[in-house]
Design a protein around this ligand. Structure first.
Ligand code: ADP
Ligand code: MG
Ligand code: MG
Length: 881
């Protein structure tokens, strides 16, 4: 039979699937001999069973009984025992950390009798009643689903009556009174009494933690972070230790390195006489961890010693939750800490230098997403004419500009209309998640670097300034005030700098980040500082390891040159359609309206030299590197005037309508399509409009010849779009070859694979193609049978809600469907032509997950937008490690 419960002494850090991250690491710390209060973990498997069947699996109750009995005998007291109660926390803990998303209930086991026993044992009545009211509050909110504000408001009332704004000033009698009020709230709102039986409290709390897996904010967070929906959470039952036992007690969080910058040092927050969640909630302002040295030197020294043990053991930056109970230090949690992108690069290289990890491991620990973050623009260093409002803590880097909003709902609403917003709050809580996702940045007036806002924003890579204490935020009034009598209202534009903590009124201009300046060659490694050095080092290792090459999608000489500076090894997709716009539209019209071969030829002859120039510039920028040029792809009518406008014009002109307009309207009408995506486009155009493809091929060949004559080394490759049958390709290939031969140039000729039929008949198509490039945008559309432009607004969010896909298939390649077609095409294509060169040129070429897929199926290269090239290089290296 399955084992559903593990004592902390039984687990270890590698059992995260089963025990969740928190449980696995509590076990690991226990086994390292660190001071962890004893306890046990109920597995994710039990949770999954419960969520599926609405009931606990058979045998779970017995196992919990046995482990609880063992815990009780280890502690020498029983859960809720009236003269000397054992109290426990019931804590959620999934495989991937979801800060503050799920539930935890502390002080389980207190009731009207045991609170007296606790008071007597501790010799502290106030503490016991404070703990009791916290239990009812957390239990009411978490287990009984009562609005937490009701409890908060009651606390505020009592504080107001005392003329104080701090919990610390409340007395035992105040807390006793609160317990009565809280019980009344429970009775009123939940229609039942607060349960006095300790075991019932515990069992109900366990179920509530299970259920919290499916709380809306947890669902949203998982989608945002791409965490699978069906993992479930473990539940940790842990003997309570008390940080609220007086000024020689307290609770805190610590990082073994700065999670914002990666610098080594002592980082964290500490709060005296408090229980754990007080720190994270940002209710009271904490002191920096270094102050603990003054407050309690022995605990401080012990903590530093443990931090070093943990870093060496995990070989990574860790974050830690600890509590001090009357001078005794307890470890309550650790995990490999979330960090900013810059910190990730710095820490990986520091650990490499310390010999704790090797270069492969350092590269594995950094993601393409993190590199992308470092490439975001930042505020210009010289800021004139913009008013600085204040400086807060630099909680999560980046430069964000937007309109001020004060609620999550407004943030979502305005962002939905395409506006940039900054969410401004006193502090955030898990219910603000939707607003944080929608906002460009987050600004809070309270809470430290470990507050909810800071932790969540860092996890999302969202710009955040927190603890800007000079600001007075009035959410209800829809405004905040800053020093110097400045009032900022909803809708006013502010700029926040998550790297420095500065907050400005108005819009601050942005400039390239140092990492982009380095890629651009505007900043040398020497001048770039340790971050640029770390990036350079990791990139070099990734390039050395990568099997996939990275090309760029670029249509102009400028884009091509930038792609090359960013490390592209060629162009995987040069689109030619934009070369038919602007002034050249006239010529396209002539081509389409041509009455006979002669008129058509005249139009083509006029277009050719223009095309040739376009290609010459690109070949120059890409000298010595392969340049894949796709022949014209979109439906022809896209180059013609809008049918409605033209009809109106001709109708209004009546008899006076020009012959030209009339013929144009006739052509536009003839070419109008119900379903242009599936209409006359791609290779079909080449077959229907004589001379069009030949003109393009001639322009390519002549541009190449010209470059060669000038001493250059052009490497053109000609790519035919939207082929579904080998016969289509054969026809245009023969035409292209003839033209190339005439000019005396050569080029590889290949095709895009972007229709299911092409993938399914790839073995035949490969006989006529020297390369394949998977056009995964169209291939995704045609495989699913939906058009991207039409579906994203219409039903994608519903599909994401329903879990039909975890992420849009236009963002990350759908391995099961589209990926299967790619596998078939790769295998059958290579079987027919072993030297077949294979690449991908859809948007997916710059998506980390999709890059890994391309590596797995053995493509030769990925091609993506120039700006994504470094990300794809890094991921190509990581995929090969
Ligand atoms: P989260 O995952 O949201 O951090 P936790 O389960 O870690 O939730 O618990 C919330 C807070 O309660 C933390 O600050 C933690 O340190 C504290 N806490 C949890 N269990 C105990 C315990 N047994 N004794 C004292 N404090 C605890
Ligand atoms: Mg925690
Ligand atoms: Mg296409």
């Amino acid at each position: 039979m399955a084992k559903f419960v593990y004592d902390f002494t039984e687990g270890n850090k590698d059992l995260k699937d089963l025990l969740g991250g928190k449980g696995a690491n509590l076990a690991e710390m226990t086994n390292l001999g660190l001071p962890v209060p004893p306890g046990f973990t109920i597995t994710t498997e039990a949770c999954r069973y419960y969520l599926e069947h609405g009931d606990r699996p058979e045998g779970l109750a017995d196992e919990v009984d046995r482990h609880l009995a063992a815990l009780e005998s280890a502690m020498g007291k029983k859960l809720g025992q009236s003269d000397d109660p054992l109290l426990v926390s019931v804590r959620s803990g999934a495989k991937f950390s979801m800060p503050g998303m799920m539930e935890t209930v502390l002080n389980v086991g207190l009731n009207d009798e045991s609170v007296l026993g606790l008071a007597a044992q501790a010799g502290d009545e106030r503490f016991a009643w404070d703990s009791y009211r916290r239990l009812i509050q957390m239990f009411g909110k978490t287990v009984l689903d009562i609005d937490g504000d009701l409890f908060e408001d009651a606390v505020e009332d009592v504080k107001r009556a005392q003329g104080s704004d701090d919990d610390v000033d409340l007395t035992a009698d105040d807390f006793k009174a609160l317990v009565d009020r809280f019980k009344a709230i429970v009775r009123d709102r939940a229609g039942r009494d607060f349960p006095t039986d300790p075991r019932e409290q515990m069992d109900l709390a366990v179920e509530a933690v299970f259920d919290s897996w499916n709380a809306p904010r947890a669902v949203l967070y998982r989608r945002q972070e791409r965490i699978p929906v069906d993992l479930g959470t473990a539940v940790n039952i842990c003997a309570m230790v008390f940080g609220n036992l007086g000024m020689d007690s307290g609770t805190g969080v610590a990082f073994t390195r700065d999670p914002a910058s990666g610098q080594q040092g002592i980082y964290g927050d500490y709060l005296q006489n408090a229980q754990g969640e007080d720190v994270v909630a940002g209710i009271r302002n904490t002191v920096p961890l270094t102050e603990l040295e003054r407050i309690d030197k022995a605990s401080y020294d012990r903590l530093l010693e443990i931090m070093e043990t943990l870093e060496n053991h995990y070989r990574d930056m860790c974050d830690i939750e600890f509590t001090i109970e009357r001078g005794k230090l307890w470890m309550l949690q650790t995990r490999v800490g979330k960090r900013t992108a810059a910190a990730a690069f710095r820490i990986a290289c520091q650990l490499l230098d310390q010999g704790l990890i090797d270069a492969d491991e350092a590269t594995r620990r950094i993601t393409g997403g993190q590199l992308a973050q470092l490439m975001f623009p930042r505020f210009a260093s010289r800021v004139d004419g913009v008013q600085k409002l204040t400086k807060g803590m630099n909680a999560s880097p980046g430069a964000a500009v937007g309109k001020v909003v004060f609620t999550s709902e407004r943030a979502v609403e305005l962002a939905g209309r395409g506006e940039d917003v900054i969410l401004v709050r006193r502090e955030t809580n898990p219910d603000d998640l939707a607003g944080m996702v929608a906002a460009r940045g987050v600004l809070t007036s309270r809470g430290g670097k470990t507050s909810h806002a800071a932790v969540v924003a860092r996890g999302m890579g969202k710009t955040c300034v927190c603890g800007a204490e000079e600001l007075d935020v009035d959410v209800r009034g829809g405004q905040f005030t800053a020093p110097g009598d400045v009032t900022v209202r909803e809708g006013d534009v502010i700029s926040i700098d998550g790297t420095s903590g500065d907050v400005y009124l108005g819009e601050v201009p942005v400039e390239n980040s140092p990492v982009v300046q380095y890629f651009e060659g505007e900043l040398s490694i020497e001048d770039g500082g340790d971050l640029v050095r770390a990036v350079d080092r990791v990139m070099a290792h990734a390039d050395a390891r990568a099997a996939l090459r990275v090309r760029a999608n670029a249509d102009t000489p400028e884009d091509s040159a930038r792609a090359r500076r960013f490390g592209a090894t060629g162009i995987g997709l040069c689109r030619t359609e934009h070369m038919f716009l602007g002034d050249r539209r006239q010529l396209v019209e002539q081509l389409i309206l041509a009455a006979d071969d002669q008129e058509r030829k005249a139009a083509l002859d006029a277009l050719e030299p223009l095309q040739k120039q376009d290609f010459a510039g690109i070949f120059e920028a890409m000298d010595g590197l392969p340049t894949t040029i796709r022949l014209i792809d979109p439906p022809l009518h896209e180059f013609l005037p809008d049918i409605t406008e033209l009809s109106v014009k001709v109708a209004l002109a009546g008899d006076k309508a020009t012959e030209k307009d009339r013929k144009l309207l006739e052509a536009v009408t003839r070419l109008h399509e119900q379903n242009p995506m599936l209409g006359l486009r791609g290779v079909r155009l080449g077959l229907v409009i004589p001379g069009l493809f030949a003109m393009q091929v001639r322009a390519i060949a002549e541009a190449a010849a010209e470059r060669r004559a000038a001493g250059g080394d052009p490497r053109p490759e000609i790519m035919i779009p939207l082929v579904g049958a080998v016969q289509e390709l054969e026809a245009v290939r023969d035409e292209a070859r003839a033209v190339l031969a005439e000019v005396g140039e050569s080029a590889l000729i290949g095709t895009m694979i972007e229709l299911p039929r092409a993938a399914l008949t790839a073995g035949h198509i490969a006989e006529a193609a020297e390369f394949f490039s998977f056009g995964t945008n169209d291939l995704t559309q045609t495989t699913w049978g939906f058009s991207r432009d039409d579906v994203e607004a219409a039903f994608f969010s519903r599909y994401l809600d329903l879990g039909i896909f975890g992420v849009s298939p236009f963002e990350t390649l759908d391995r099961d469907g589209v990926g299967r077609l790619i596998r078939i095409a790769v295998e059958e294509g290579r079987r027919a032509r072993p030297e077949l060169h294979l690449g991908i040129c859809g948007e997916h070429g710059g998506d980390p997950d999709s890059v890994h897929f391309c590596h797995e199926v053995g493509l030769n290269y990925v091609s993506c937008s120039p700006f994504r090239v470094p990300v794809a290089r890094l991921e190509a290296g990581r995929a090969a490690i």
